[in-house]
Design a protein around this ligand. Structure first.
Ligand code: PLP
Length: 326
């Protein structure tokens, strides 16, 4: 990944393999599944977190910053990616973690610390209330100036990076697909993907976001807002007519109990079967739930026969460590 060049980044996105993953179940319903292996773009820094960091890193560097700060939990794919990006692009990194420093760090945080990330632990209460103003001042005087990246790489710059997946996919398949699926936490990736498809002239193919959150409340409102701003402010599309385009949908009901909750046994069964049949590893928090959702929808007759579904593999495989996997 080269943060200086949009066109190199786009080339990289266009070279992402599309792997056939039509399982027995999907075949039964006449549905073809392609997995866009964005988890493979790089050994250390991959998945949607790499896309979401791209313009953030560029903005930080352009503003003359040499230090980055962001937030996350003990298994955060985002903080992991940020630590890796710091090493690669010469930033020092600060990771603010929810909760006390545990006796044994998670594999994620061990990696991050080894990569030079300075870990700052704050109480859950402080984290919850996002009472950061005072803390940010404290960190500022303690560590010096830093560039702040929102939790999970959310925000406009993050979404903008994800537009590359939509544009690249269209360049690869030229409309020969029915819908594109992505796992959804903050919805930043979904918004970016949808804008990317629209930017590529594919407003007729829906981007479907599978929410991993139990109460996704006003997630849709946030996605619509990101979509609108991405079209207007950053001028990703250079055309205000697209501001109200609605080529995305949020799909709830496949959160399997909610984020970070223990998986029910049928989800484990699905996980095992999927990986055995396709050879594609899934992460427990996001891509597993999306894939499960795609299969449930097949049983419900949501996809018509002959549908060709693309699923974005948004990475997160580092999060498998410390998790009981199939
Ligand atoms: C963070 C993450 C997501 C969710 O991305 P959002 O842009 O927050 O919706 C999906 N998949 C994986 C593997 C992730 O790490």
């Amino acid at each position: 990944m080269v943060i200086d060049s949009d066109s190199d980044f786009f080339k990289l996105a266009c070279a992402v393999p599309l792997q056939n993953a039509t399982t027995t179940t999907l075949a039964k319903y006449g549905v073809e599944l392609l997995v866009r292996r964005d988890d493979l773009i790089d050994a250390g820094l991959s998945g949607n977190k790499a896309y979401k960091l791209f313009y953030n890193l560029r903005a930080a560097r352009d503003a003359g910053h040499s230090r980055l700060l962001s937030f996350g939990g003990a298994y955060s794919n985002h903080l992991h990616a940020l630590a890796m990006a710091g090493v690669r692009y010469g930033f020092s990194t600060l990771g603010v973690i929810r909760g006390e420093r545990p006796q044994h760090l998670s594999p994620t945080l061990k990696d991050a610390e080894q990569a030079g990330m300075q870990l700052i632990f704050i109480s859950r209460e402080e984290y919850q209330h996002k009472a950061f103003t005072r803390l940010l001042e404290e960190w500022n005087s303690q560590f010096g100036d830093f560039y702040l990246i929102p939790e999970g790489g959310a925000g406009l710059l993050g979404a903008r990076g994800m537009t590359l997946t939509g544009r690249a996919l269209e360049a690869q398949l030229k409309g020969d697909y029915t819908a594109v699926c992505v796992a959804c936490g903050t919805g930043t990736s979904l918004a970016g993907l949808a804008v990317g498809l629209t930017a590529a002239g594919r407003n007729d193919k829906p981007a479907l976001g599978f929410s991993v959150l139990k109460g996704d409340g006003d997630l849709g409102t946030g996605i619509a807002e990101t979509y609108r701003q991405l079209c207007a402010k950053n001028n990703e599309l250079g055309d205000d007519r697209w501001q109200n385009a609605a080529n995305w949908r949020l799909i709830s009901g496949f959160h399997a109990g909610g984020y970070g909750k223990k998986h029910p046994s049928h989800l484990f069964d699905f996980w095992r079967t999927f990986e055995q049949e396709t050879g594609i590893p899934l992460d427990p928090m996001y891509t597993l739930k999306m894939m499960w959702g795609i299969h449930c929808l097949a049983r419900q007759g949501y996809w018509s026969r002959g549908a060709r579904i693309v699923a974005i593999h948004s990475g997160g495989l580092q999060g498998r460590r410390g998790f009981v996997c199939p």
